[in-house]
Design a protein around this ligand. Sequence first.
Ligand SMILES: NC(=O)c1ccc[n+]([C@@H]2O[C@H](COP(=O)([O-])OP(=O)(O)OC[C@H]3O[C@@H](n4cnc5c(N)ncnc54)[C@H](O)[C@@H]3O)[C@@H](O)[C@H]2O)c1
Length: 439
Amino acid sequence: MRALLDKIGSRSARVGIIGQGYVGLPLALVFLEAGFPVIGFDVDPAKVAAINRGESFIKHIGAERVRAAVASGRYRATTDFDALPDCDAVIICVPTPLGPHREPDNSYIHSTAREIGRRLRKGQLVVLESTTYPGTTDEEVLPILEQGGLRCPQDFFLAFSPEREDPGRKNYTTKSIPKVVGGVNPASTEAAAALYGAALDRIVPVSHSRAAESSKLLENVFRSVNIALVNELKMIFERMGIDVWEVIRAAETKPFGFMAFHPGPGLGGHCIPLDPFYLSWKAAEHGAWARFIELAGEINTRMPRYVVDRVMWGLNDDGKALKGSRVLVLGLSYKANIDDDRESPSYEIIELLREASATVDFCDPHFPQARKGRKQDVRLASVACTPETFARYDVVVLSTPHDEFRDASLYRGCRLVVDTRNVVAPLFPEGDGPRIVKA
Ligand SMILES: NC(=O)c1ccc[n+]([C@@H]2O[C@H](COP(=O)([O-])OP(=O)(O)OC[C@H]3O[C@@H](n4cnc5c(N)ncnc54)[C@H](O)[C@@H]3O)[C@@H](O)[C@H]2O)c1
């Protein structure tokens, strides 16, 4: 422990980060910028080559930052796991998706743990950051790492520290977001807290890795449940002729005891649509039902269908059927102003519209081409973001509130806009714009 803490103190500890994606890449840059030598590991050779050329594949992480990191000579990416023993700390940031039946898929964590375990040496600190259910670190990762004969904490340290990355957020960064850290034993908590404390602004140690794993799930379940609540209220208020956006604006003037969540076309991103099901799956093992999680999941996953229903009714009022209509979907990203389309509800909306025999295009300045997703492959290229293009469609469906879509002139020639984010109506306070259906 002393040797590791000394190396951390002098910034000579080499930090290995496995998985150079949305979480691993910014984390690598933060450790590098704090003075540590860093190796980024990834199984994707194209990503590794791009990083080593100084390119960023994530828009909100500027290429200059990656270029400067590579040029410093203290950061490189590799697919070669034999470099793991050169690292004093190894941080795991690999994906934790869901399987086809919404069951947790921890295979990436397990295979990474095996890669580390085969090469584990005395004095190393291993930290898992991938979101997962409580018990993964001590019940699953620890036995894999100990297979070679080394013991924790006598020979190495193991902790969990949840990632709280929020792509595109400006007021908090990887460095300034407080970091929860929990070891599988107190010595591991101390080692992990020392490492993160040398690079990040505030560390929050907890009693055990399970508490750290659970805190991340609480954060995401909290969001999922509250988004589901406001989505359900949106549908109820709509029947009553009440505008949910006006109701939220009024409610959020209460200076305490209320936090505004906003309705939308459904959940997106790597976390909120997936992580809560990690907890409900594990709860079942303990004979417990996570009813809030299941109910929120049910409401949120239904939202794209609700949007398509609203499109159908909007066209109906124009005397048109969805079948054969030309529909333009605005935005593929799951939230505004980022180039992250993972689990985006826009894809399901496109698919449902096509199932109803509509002709569908999309427009997204962040995506010249739609990407193949976990479930969908829509094979479309973005149309131009111009009033002339928009005017060619029977209905325009606003799915992602990108800043580029907050321009009244874009909608002047539109007949019908279905707005899932309350972006278009405020552009026409005099009511002189296209017919707008809120969804
Ligand atoms: N993206 C976010 O905003 C966010 C926020 C909080 C938590 N998380 C969690 O962080 C974890 C990582 O998410 P992400 O968004 O960075 O995913 P990502 O898909 O952007 O990146 C994962 C990277 O790991 C690589 N990889 C896959 N298997 C590997 C292996 N066996 N060895 C080495 N590299 C491997 C992939 O090639 C990819 O580059 C997930 O558990 C996620 O739930 C993500």
